[in-house]
Design a protein around this ligand. Structure first.
Ligand code: CP
Ligand code: NVA
Length: 330
């Protein structure tokens, strides 16, 4: 571990990191979590400044970056596409050059992965991916930390990802599992399976690390005896509203419910990156109910609120893991 040095490195996808480096980030996050709980100061980056760019909305990721930056003694500056020149009046390349002269690190949440890559290339400072259409790597660190805390290990854990497995969460989870030696099962209709080239890549990585990648359409086969059932929203940020109808038809059979949790086993836990549609207490949830009569979507309210659901532990771990990523790369 002593030889691992991530200083100056950007955090764009977990594909860029070895299992040892990922383990190092998780250990560091656990240490920061302990320090925070003990009330011990860890302002190791006092005086530094970080820019947080959000071209899509956020609660967890933004707050995690802001709180973690403050805890490390840094000053975070929030920028979105409405209140800044990004996108409309200024290219990513020019923005990168400007921000790179003022900030020690930059977080970016937005659309294509190529944008966060360009920021990293042109800014000259570490750039952290806070979610793109393709990847959500900081989320995966929080998920892995939560699993490790709960089961005491990562290797050999069976994780079933239900639903839209082709988007950022399904794909990033597959990469994270492959790197850390978990058994990953994507359970969805075939058209929602992760891209084939990525599946092939991850199968090779999984083999090297003692894990496996399986694609399955049958929900009972996929969840039998698994340790973790994971899901994500059926329609992601940036997708058109028109896709809801088809998504509901396609993915309703893949809703995480008590039958699937019981099929996992009594020790199976439920995780979700959040936000989640599991009741009628959101604008979109209510709108979908009015249009399609559906009261809960990717997960039932009963499972979401059950003791097996560790979604809020996972949400808290966003902050500790993001803190580790910033602390180690700056
Ligand atoms: N999980 C996650 O990224 O949440 P936010 O969209 O609230 O940041
Ligand atoms: N797939 C979701 C993840 C949100 C954290 C989205 O991109 O909207």
């Amino acid at each position: 571990m002593g030889s691992i040095d991530l200083k100056g490195k950007s955090f764009l996808t977990l594909l860029d990191f070895s299992p040892e480096e990922i383990a190092y980030m998780l250990d560091s996050a656990a240490e920061f979590k302990k320090l925070k709980k003990e009330g011990k100061s860890h302002r190791i980056h006092e005086g530094k400044n970080v820019a947080l760019i959000f071209e899509k909305t956020s609660t967890r990721t933004r707050c995690a970056f802001e709180v973690a930056a403050a805890d490390l003694g840094m000053h975070p500056v929030y920028l979105d596409s409405k209140g800044s020149q990004i996108g409309k009046k200024e290219s990513i390349r020019d923005t990168a050059k400007v921000l790179g002269r003022m900030f020690d690190g930059i977080e970016y949440r937005g659309f294509g992965q190529e944008r966060v890559e360009e920021l990293a290339k042109e800014s000259g400072v570490p750039v952290w991916n806070g979610l793109t259409d393709q990847f959500h790597p900081t989320q995966i660190l929080a998920t892995l930390l939560t699993i490790k805390e709960h089961f005491g290990k990562l290797k050999g854990i069976k994780l079933c990802f239900m639903g839209d497995a082709r988007f950022n969460m399904g794909v990033s989870m597959m990469i994270g599992c492959a790197k850390m030696g978990l058994d990953y099962i994507a359970c969805a209709p075939e058209k929602y399976f992760p891209p084939l080239s990525m599946v092939e890549k991850c199968k090779k990585i999984a083999e090297e690390n003692g894990g496996s990648i399986t694609l399955e359409t049958d929900v009972m086969k996929a969840t039998k005896g698994v340790d973790v059932i994971y899901t994500d929203v059926w329609v992601s940020m940036g997708e058109k509203e028109e896709v809801w109808k088809e998504r509901i038809e396609d993915l309703l059979p893949y809703q995480v419910n008590s039958t699937l949790m019981e099929n996992g086993g009594e020790d199976t836990i439920f995780l979700h990156c959040l936000p989640s549609f599991h009741d009628l207490e959101t604008e979109i949830g209510l709108d979908i109910y009015k249009k399609y009569g559906l009261k809960e979507m990717e997960v039932t309210d009963k499972v979401f609120r059950s003791p097996q659901s560790l979604v809020f532990e996972e949400a808290e771990n966003r902050m500790h893991t993001i803190k580790a990523v910033m602390a180690l790369t700056l």
